[in-house]
Design a protein around this ligand. Sequence first.
Ligand code: GCO
Length: 405
Amino acid sequence: MTQRDAHFPAAFLWGTATAAYQIEGGGTNTDWWRFEHREGSIAAEPCGDACDSWHRYGEDLDIVATLGLNSYRFSVEWARIEPRHGEIDRHALEHYRAVLAACHERAIAPVVTLHHFTLPLWVADAGGFESPDIAEWMGAYARVVGEALGDQIAMACTINEPNIVAAMGYLASVFPPEVTDWSRYVAVNGALRRCHRAMVDALREGPGDFPIGMTLSMAEYEAVDDGEEALATYRTEMEDRYLAEVTEDDFLGVQCYTKHLFGPGGMIWGGDGELTEMGYLFWPRSVAYTLRRAREFTSIPLVVTENGIGTNDDDQRIRYLTEALAHLDEARRDGIDVRGYFQWSLLDNFEWVLGYGPKFGLVAVDRTTFARTPKPSAAWYADAVAARSGEVAPSSSTPSDEVGA
Ligand code: GCO
């Protein structure tokens, strides 16, 4: 693999993030759709039409532009692009080209994720991440995406939170394929790292000179009552093995929400203190903590590709984001090379096995009419970003003219 001269946008990226399956609607050709509809499914409810963003992406991007953000992170759906093995749906690629054009028309830098949790049915049926061919398939898919869309992409994320795909699907059993088996979990983590490499290689060979990286779910960790060993075992698999793998990438996407407590028996859910609707500790400091920890492993540029809070209380969201941005400011002042921050999420959307209960959005979505209503936190975020505008990413030595704001 040759590392190409990747061009970062000149300005610090201020954005918000979404994922195809969670907002587009109609993701019928995926393992998730089947998981939600199987008899006795543990999913709270099916995804259905989600936020209908497949049709309403223009409206979504208008909101992003109104908030004064210069970037938007979204994902493209493998199950739509390659509905059957080797069959490419050109209409799906045309659709995503239109989304990219709609970003550029609004001076929004598109950050594109190629895989965000869902697999096409044909892949799931052939063993998913346990198939010996998975890295080859994901590499081939990345090549198709790169060739069709690469000239329009500002940054690319290969796989969103591979460590969560493995942990939730093969340990906690709350994502498909609903397995609980430590050795299969470890093997799937290894497979996901191979998939990432194959995707990086494929994207580097295609058009464009956008930076390419993975996004990793990270957290602050704390041992209680002699939980050090359990913590170390888990965190090695969740973070360290991935962090050791990314040093040749163009950037690492850090995604953080909370702090995990570990006792001798493993992770302790929640903890003493303020909890969010997800049952997570209210822990905005995780932003500075995870950036620093990532920095201990690698010197490549970092991007906070997700951070936010699931809550029905928008004041709590504003409080969380206020503190989170203060921690981001502090990490940047300390000289950590951070290139952008993406709040999760633009819209209230489908929160996987929990359905539409948790509300991560800056914008509420009516579940019947799909009408979008920005919350006070949206205006708050716009102001917080405006107050920081003009800040340039610390060492963007190869700026492109992509981002205006
Ligand atoms: C994640 C996912 C999102 C979630 C968000 C809130 O990366 O975990 O990207 O899909 O919705 O994290 O739990």
